[in-house]
Design a protein around this ligand. Sequence first.
Ligand code: DAH
Length: 339
Amino acid sequence: MKSKLEEIRARAQEELSKANAVEAIEELRVKYAGKKGELTAILKQMGKLSPEERPVIGQLANEVRGFIENAVDTKKKELAKLMLEKQLEEEKIDVTLPSDISPLGHKHPLSVVLDEIKEIFVGMGFEIVEGPEVEYDYYNFEALNIPKDHPARDTQDTFYITDNIVLRTQTSPVQVRVMEKKKPPIRIISPGRVFRSDAVDATHSPLFHQIEGLVVDKDITFADLKGTLETFIKRLYGDDSVVRFRPHHFPFTEPSAEVDVQCFSCKGKGCRVCKNEGWIEILGCGMVHPKVLANCGIDPEEYSGFALGLGLERVAMRRYGVDDMRLFYENDTRFLSQF
Ligand code: DAH
């Protein structure tokens, strides 16, 4: 029986050393030290032994069981350690590997055109200023010579927040804010979002962008306005652009004009792009009304100025031949990636 026990110990050791999975080790434990295992089977025969042999064999059997259980434990730990090392090895991240190339974004077409416009004006000595989108009625209308009952209020369908606070319908209020704070000479442009409660269609949106321009100094004349705008338009649309000034009316300028460029698609003959007009309107402008200067604390006897307002979407639509303004806001990358 003693040699049988020794043989079991040797065999268990041998088989354990070969096992290389947790399940296999557990199987060996059951096979040797389990309730129905080989050791238990031997211990059941202890009754056949003489009283002298019994304690000797009992002790040896316990030793062998202890040995096997110990060996199983050790082996399991070794294996767990090995598996962890293997896992760490496999999951190691090589930070020097090249990464997946994700598509690179780029500027929105409206930003491209705005940046270009800013650069042209900055090149002519203009500063860029910004004003609030939520504005007092006073700045959006009143100070710009558009009193409460003025018909011009109807043409700019206004979002009212309260009786005297609105979402600005134009960037012109920034003129007033600048003139209140700064004494001439003033030379600024002010780009930004404006809001009108218009239904959405190909050429209307409740949110769009304008760029306001303002120059105030001594002896500023309509000739300065014409020169500045012609330079601007030629830089924007090319030196061969033909520009036309057309009389118009704005409450905050006097005299006022709208500026058209000859249609670059048909060169003035009339086509689909210019709706057969031969000309495309691109901005409004005029000499700052003396009342507006006075409202801002600037003496109209001493100073004069000109102002202009231009719609960014229109410029961008013309630049890129886009005929539906909604495309600019939908953020469909199939559209945007073309610019
Ligand atoms: N604020 C005008 C509009 O939204 C545009 C405009 C016209 C601005 C003439 C001006 C200007 O500064 O002089 O229709």
